[in-house]
Design a protein around this ligand. Structure first.
Ligand code: NAP
Length: 260
């Protein structure tokens, strides 16, 4: 299937490794040029070189910490400098793990800024530029826990549930501008993130989250490979998903037991 991505331009945040890198790779393989972001410049540049070499597309980089207004502004200035984008992938890290009520107001504010306000800031900056290009598509990466919570994931669950609500709202508000927005909820994916949490500890220790036990609950019986969520994100971002907006989709090997 031709996804009609030739000549499109995509901003992929958190793209130096893991799910973001896989999405960037998939979009570029389908013919999109890229602007990719992350915090660590060296790794980001290495990722860009690799993507450009393998796909032959133009790959630009911008350093920015999505948790801060300045970081978002840096990324948006780079988008402006290239004349806007057709595709925005909202993706980065995640707040720390732990019992929800153990976190103070500062930790909650930071989680809100990282997971939800960053998406607001990105969309607010990028949407007018998409509109000027005749439309566009936004894909948010959240987590399966946002719709099927687990203990110790409260900071992420609460703030990503907000992203799902925001996306549904924007799907209605932005449809007249020919801009679609959808949200993916990954289950377990084989990325560097699975080896550690943002507190530096392995996830097992930080959250009593037992990887082997969780794997047993996944009908397909294994972790996903980043390319397996990248292909879904690429389809949703593409004009071939032109009648899909406001959806929240699990990409989790069947892990979500809900009917919706
Ligand atoms: N892997 C899984 O099993 C899984 C499951 C459910 C949900 N998710 C979610 O999916 C997203 C991607 O996960 P992943 O496994 O691909 O993670 P990863 O391997 O740790 O990659 C995260 C990427 O985002 C960048 N990043 C992290 N924090 C950032 C920040 N504050 N500002 C800008 N860039 C930032 C990282 O680069 P720098 O460090 O250089 O900034 C890196 O490029 C995360 O939100 C994660 O919680 C993952």
């Amino acid at each position: 299937m031709d996804l009609k991505l030739q000549g499109k331009v995509a901003l992929v945040n958190g793209a130096s490794q893991g799910i973001g890198f896989a999405i960037a790779h998939s979009l570029a393989s389908e013919g999109a040029d890229l602007l990719i972001s992350a915090r660590k410049e060296e790794a980001l540049k290495r990722a860009a070189e690799q993507l450009a070499t393998v796909t032959g597309r133009e790959v630009r980089t911008v350093v920015g910490d999505i948790r801060m207004q300045d970081g978002c502004n840096n990324i948006l200035a780079a988008v402006q400098a290239i004349g806007g984008v057709d595709i925005l992938i909202n993706n980065d890290g995640a707040p720390p793990l732990g019992p929800a009520l153990d976190f103070d107001d500062l930790r909650w504010s930071r989680a809100f800024e990282q997971n939800l306000l960053s998406v607001v800031r990105m969309c607010r900056g990028v949407v007018p530029m998409m509109e000027a290009r005749g439309g566009g598509s936004i894909v948010n990466i959240t987590a399966g826990t946002a719709i099927q919570p687990l203990p110790n994931f409260g900071l992420s669950v609460s703030t990503w549930a907000g992203v799902i609500g925001l996306a549904k709202t924007l799907s209605i508000e932005l449809a007249p501008k020919n801009i679609r927005i959808n949200t993916l909820c990954p289950g377990l994916f084989d990325t560097p993130r699975l080896d550690r949490s943002d507190s530096g500890a392995p996830p097992d220790q930080a959250s009593n989250f037992n990887l082997q036990e969780v794997l047993k609950t996944i009908p397909l019986g294994r972790k996903g490979q980043p390319a397996e969520i990248a292909s879904v994100a690429t389809f949703l971002a593409s004009p071939m998903a032109s009648y899909v907006t406001g959806t929240t989709l699990s990409v989790d090997g069947g892990g979500n037991r809900g009917l919706f």
